[in-house]
Design a protein around this ligand. Structure first.
Ligand SMILES: *Cc1c(COP(=O)(O)O)cnc(C)c1O
Length: 367
């Protein structure tokens, strides 16, 4: 049996005719930038996120950057982010000229630890970015309480958890403004780069609309130094089709996770995903941990099973951030996760027998 780490084979077939119908409409509309397709998707994604506004932008990194930018984050400011996140979270802070301040995650959920977050706050802290890592919503009630008390903006990094929630409140609806990625491999993925921000503030939504489009409200009149960070009309049209399938696909991911958890929980020497009470998990990734990670990955590869490591090097140890002066040992939890984590195949269409085969090969490794 051959099981790739990620496959669009099943999900793409499900939507084939609708996608091509909508592509044809897009093609014939002859309107290719910020048309009705973007406006329609923004409306449906705002409704899905239970927020007043959604503004489509170019990708997830730009969504986070614009979120911080509209909040006035700039040089001299600190933004707290988890030490085990994808590099984009840190880069968005750097783009603003501010300093990313890493804080250790909860070692069980891998999400930002509320007490560590509070301990990392200084007089320069302007914002915190909880990252809903691997698809699980962060402990948002505690984070919102601390942020409100300490007068700090919350910007959710909702790149990996579209459809997740905390006590039934959706991701992307907690922060003042939140960034989303629709990179193809995310739970809701475009056919190229795409992203969005969600917010309940009309003023912030309008500011992002201006910034994403050359700082202009009225064509050829530029109010501020803006950017070209628009959501592509074609991507918006196709995302509107896929959005209708998101909940169903997330349910499939949760079912696959259950198959894995049921069978793998009998094994010793392997740590399975932990779900924080109150949080929901839409399993963007199903991440296990073991001291024998590299050997297990090789064993799976030799048996036709693709896996990935999310992520092998935490941001504070990346060459790009050497000027921040961190060294190995500064964030032991993030480093331990980086050294021991392994993401198993999980995507809509992965069958029970395929999940069973993955488990069987993992069992044979530990025997
Ligand atoms: C994918 C991702 C991003 C960036 O999204 P892009 O659309 O690739 O720019 C940001 N943060 C996290 C946690 C991600 O997984």
């Amino acid at each position: 049996m051959k099981i790739p780490f990620l496959s669009f084979a099943t999900s793409n077939e499900q939507i084939r005719s609708e996608i091509f119908e909508n592509f044809q409409k897009f093609f014939d509309s002859k309107y290719y930038i910020l048309g009705n397709g973007v406006a329609a998707f923004e409306k449906s994604f705002a409704a899905y996120s239970n927020t007043e506004h959604c503004v489509g932008v170019s990708n997830g990194l730009d969504a986070l950057f614009l979120s911080l930018k509209v909040l006035g984050v700039g040089p001299g400011d600190e933004v707290i982010i988890p030490s085990n996140t994808y590099i984009a979270t840190a880069l968005a802070v750097s783009y603003c000229g501010a300093t990313p301040v890493f804080t250790e995650p909860d070692p069980e959920s891998y999400n930002i630890d509320p007490s560590n977050f509070e301990r990392s706050i200084t007089s320069r802290t302007k914002a915190v970015i909880p990252v809903h890592l691997y698809g699980q919503c962060c402990a948002m009630e505690q984070i919102m309480e601390i942020a409100a008390r300490q007068n700090i903006f919350v910007v959710e990094d909702n790149a990996q958890a579209q459809g997740a929630s905390f006590n039934n409140k959706p991701t992307g609806s907690f922060g003042t403004v939140n960034g989303i990625s629709f990179y193809p491999g995310k739970n809701l993925g475009a056919f190229g780069d795409a992203g969005a921000i969600t917010t309940n503030s009309a003023e912030i939504a309008e500011k992002v609309r201006v910034l994403r489009n050359y700082g202009s409200q009225k064509k050829y009149y530029n109010e501020v130094i803006g950017y070209n960070m628009r959501l592509d009309e074609l991507q918006a049209v196709l995302l509107s089709v896929k959005l209708k399938y998101l909940d169903g696909w997330n349910k499939e991911r949760q079912q696959i996770a259950e198959w894995y958890t049921q069978r793998l929980s009998r094994l010793e020497g392997i740590i399975l995903p932990f779900i924080t009470p109150g949080a929901s998990h839409v399993f963007h990734q199903y991440v296990i941990r073991t001291e024998k990670r590299n050997k297990l990955q090789e064993h799976l590869q030799n048996n036709g099973i693709g896996t990935l490591i999310h992520y092998p090097v935490p941001p504070h140890l990346q060459n790009a951030y050497k000027d921040l002066g961190y060294k190995k040992g500064d964030f032991p939890v993030a480093e331990l996760i980086a050294d021991t984590c392994l993401s198993l195949p999980i995507y809509p269409g992965l069958t029970e027998s395929e999940a069973g085969y993955v488990c069987e090969i993992i069992e044979s490794f530990f025997k």
